[in-house]
Design a protein around this ligand. Structure first.
Ligand code: 1GP
Length: 251
């Protein structure tokens, strides 16, 4: 089916089913760690693996994704920091345009130069309005993107940016405080944005507790992404997933 994974995002949103995605940085995992992560993710019913990062140094992206695909059927979605992070072995690609910034390279420039290669990959392409929100400290994404993040208390700017992205045809909106953010995105910003757009809303950056994941879902997030906190403590996967899926009462 065309746009299979995207349809899944949409139907989950329509049903009010919240999803939990684990972000994997290929630089930080080896074969045995991937195996362990998959075991925990299957047990916790993780919905997606996001693979990528603002800066990847190693060259085993393909290997890493092949490992995931051979050991489980949890969909693998690329979350690339650059066109170099494309792998035909994944299921889909978050085709990110950094709509919160004013760096033309990340709005459209890199897309132009990589378009033939991306099309040839055969990946499901999910056009995504990517919005970086100030997370209280410089993060890799804020440095590498060379673009000013949206101030964390400017809900109206976030709202107008997401609305514009949606009207330009973006199918998903991803609001990210950046990996390891000191301050995750506020519920009030999530609430304001989610109540004015129809596209599924992905939220990530600095989420370290199941409580925060739950509150974000209650505020209107459709997909919660966690990377750092799980890298530090893989046992968090289960509680985070339960909080997002609504099977764990956390507040
Ligand atoms: C970063 O949204 C992701 O792009 C996840 O952030 O690593 O802080 O969970 P963390």
């Amino acid at each position: 089916m065309k746009n299979k994974l995207y349809q899944h995002f949409v139907s989950n949103k329509q049903k009010g089913h919240k999803s939990f995605a684990v972000l994997v940085d290929p630089d930080k995992v080896d074969g045995p760690q991937i195996e362990k992560l998959i075991g925990l993710a299957l047990e916790a019913r993780v919905d997606y693996f996001l693979v990528g990062g603002s800066l990847i140094i190693s060259d085993h992206l393909d290997y890493c994704i092949q490992q995931f695909k051979s050991l489980c059927n949890i969909p693998v979605v690329l979350f690339p920091g650059s066109p170099a992070q494309i792998s035909k072995y994944a299921d889909a690609l978050l085709y990110l345009s950094l709509i919160s910034g004013r760096n033309p390279e990340l709005l459209i420039g890199q897309h132009v130069v990589s378009a033939p290669f991306v099309r040839k990959s055969g990946l499901e392409i999910m056009p995504t309005g990517y919005m970086v929100i100030d997370g209280g400290a410089p993060t890799t994404v804020s440095y590498i993107s060379n673009a000013t993040p949206i101030p964390s208390d400017k809900n109206e700017i976030a709202l107008c940016t997401a609305m514009a992205g949606e009207m330009l045809g973006m199918k998903l909106i991803y609001m990210d405080a950046g990996s390891g953010a000191k301050r995750p995105i506020t519920e009030s910003m999530i609430e304001m944005v989610s109540s004015h757009i129809e596209a599924p809303l992905i939220i990530g950056g600095g989420i370290t507790t199941p409580e925060k994941a739950y509150l974000n879902c209650r505020a209107g997030a459709d997909v919660i992404v966690v990377g750092n906190a799980i890298e530090k403590d893989t046992s968090l996967i289960k509680e985070m997933a339960s909080a997002v899926h609504g099977t764990l009462s956390v507040v």
